[in-house]
Design a protein around this ligand. Structure first.
Ligand SMILES: *[C@@H]1O[C@H](CO)[C@@H](O)[C@H](O)[C@H]1NC(C)=O
Ligand SMILES: [Cu+2]
Length: 229
């Protein structure tokens, strides 16, 4: 009994430092909690994904969740996510998107295959220590490229916590996927395309890294280069 109480207390302490991305933001306005965002496995305990080769690295969605709805968003709009309670670990922020294949819908498509492209990446400011612009934020957003073709997409937010990343498997991935229907888009050709899992290795220099000592003089974001539209 004492043992389980101690474990429960420990779990509580750890959960407080973790976070989830539950609400979609369209032009800064929340559309509701887990409404246009697929409910994640960690929706109660806020815990991270640590295995880059797991299915969870894609959207971390909870088996048996209620189906999310798809939000209509104009190309060029700001789309983002709330972070609950806040991004409380140091690390990079990235956004990816994947176009839903013809004949499928954002509500049910699983996001498999070499379909994901990166639309945003944010590394550290490097000085006498690394500082991360996302630190402490309760919401994060990105502008959708105006040349993005119209249609349904998954949009994936990813914050990688690097405080324990000096040993393999120590990086913590916080992920959500939103479902959007882009209107008024263009004729861009998003690339390069990667898969999740597949895009990352546990040994990537931006994933297996001691961010404290020796103080890094550079930082390499994991994944493909950003598609600039
Ligand atoms: C996406 O937007 C198009 C154009 O307005 C519309 O025809 C289609 O029904 C929408 N799909 C969804 C799933 O909202
Ligand atoms: Cu944490």
């Amino acid at each position: 009994m004492k043992f389980s109480l101690a474990l429960a207390a420990l779990a509580g302490a750890v959960a407080n430092a973790h976070y989830v991305f539950p609400d979609l933001l369209v032009n800064g306005q929340s559309t509701g909690e887990w409404k246009n965002v697929r409910q994640t496995e960690n929706y109660q305990n806020n815990g991270p994904v640590t295995d880059v080769n797991s299915q969870a690295i894609r959207c971390y969605e909870r088996a048996g969740r209620a189906q999310a709805e798809t939000a209509t968003v104009a190309a060029g709009s700001s789309v983002g996510f709330t972070a609950r309670s806040a991004i409380s670990h140091p690390g990079p922020l990235q956004f990816y998107m994947a176009k839903v294949p013809a004949g499928q819908s954002a509500a049910t498509w699983d996001g498999s295959g070499q379909v994901w492209f990166k639309i945003f990446e944010e590394g550290p400011n490097i000085g006498s220590s690394l500082t991360w612009p996302s630190d402490g934020k309760t919401a994060v957003s990105v502008q959708l490229p105006r040349s993005l073709p119209s249609g349904e997409y998954l949009i994936r937010v990813e914050h990688i916590a690097l405080h324990s990343a000096g040993s393999s498997g120590g990086a913590q991935f916080y992920i959500s996927c939103g479902q959007i229907n882009v209107t008024g888009g263009g004729s861009g050709n998003p690339s390069p395309l990667v898969s999740f899992p597949g895009a990352y290795r546990a040994t990537d220099p931006g994933i297996l890294i001691n961010i404290y000592w020796p103080i890094p003089t550079s930082y390499t974001l994991p994944g493909p280069p950003v598609w600039r539209g």
